[in-house]
Design a protein around this ligand. Structure first.
Ligand SMILES: [Fe+2]
Length: 122
């Protein structure tokens, strides 16, 4: 989680991450369903970006996105953007997080088409 200090462009970047987390929270709150699945561009946890160069980790996701996933007990979350991370991880509340970036899926599952088939628990 990058903090809002220093120059204006960094503060703007952090502001965008905060806004993204608020939009996620609002969207999850509006769902009147028995199960929720979150589809994100950026990773909500560090685990699925590990393997990427450490100097770009703050630009591959934000732990600000994790809290709404935990609070609304989503079934699982999907994200892309981190092409050299890990295919699976878990939030601090044990919610599965899947990195489904196509280059990563092609690399990790070379003998199958680059997609994941996931079952939403009932
Ligand atoms: Fe991206």
């Amino acid at each position: 989680m990058l903090q809002a200090w220093g120059e204006a462009p960094i503060k703007q970047f952090v502001h965008e991450a905060v806004e993204e987390a608020l939009r996620l929270e609002s969207a999850l709150a509006k769902l009147d369903t028995s199960q929720r699945v979150a589809v994100l561009h950026y990773s909500p946890i560090q685990e699925t970006v590990e393997g990427e160069p450490c100097d770009i980790l703050p630009f591959l996701g934000s732990s600000r996105l994790e809290e709404p996933l935990n609070r609304f007990s989503v079934a699982f979350a999907l994200h892309g953007h981190a092409h050299h991370g890990q295919v699976e991880g878990r939030t601090s509340s044990n919610i599965p997080v899947y990195n489904v970036s196509m280059p990563l899926l092609k690399k990790h599952f070379p003998d199958q088409p680059p997609f994941r088939l996931l079952e939403v628990p009932v």
